[in-house]
Design a protein around this ligand. Sequence first.
Ligand code: HEC
Length: 163
Amino acid sequence: MKNAIVGILVLFILGVAGWVASKGGPYNGGEHGKVIADMGSNTTAKTAKVAEKDDRQKEDDKLNALRDKAGNAGAFEVSQAYKSKCASCHGVNGSGFQNGKPMMGPKLFGQNADEIFKKLVDFKAGRKENVVMKGLLMHLEESDLRKFADEIGEFPARAAAAK
Ligand code: HEC
């Protein structure tokens, strides 16, 4: 009787072992295999993403180079005041780009004098929020703002004349 019980137990254990084996252990697929496969596909996805980013970076670089070229082609005379007070953030030609990289300040080139003047007055009055611009304009008179605005408004015409 004892032998029979042992025999049944052995059969049962072998059966379970067989079942587990048929489901696949760590070395022949199964859950672990799946996890490893997942990791694999994840890595591929990541590589694809990196490649995509590289492509986008290249596009950006191209665009920046173009912008830069356009900026350089539009090299023209600007006042000493603009050069010393504004060019460091907005570019010598107001393009907002330097060596293909966006600068701290946005593009001013192409906006007309009145638009620029209104924005400057708004910065100074605090209606348009920007700590940098406000601090910068605090010590300037409205007549100075007008001068800067008029000059920046002339940029496209100056660029065209300089070609
Ligand atoms: C230290 C950097 C810095 C300097 C110097 C600087 N700016 Fe700016 N400027 C900025 C930043 C940053 C902005 C963006 C502010 C915003 O819109 O939030 C800006 C925005 C502007 C705008 C609004 C542009 C738009 O389309 O909204 C005008 C106009 C402008 N600046 C004119 C000037 C003039 C004129 C000078 C020189 C007297 C000057 N800036 C100097 C950083 C600078």
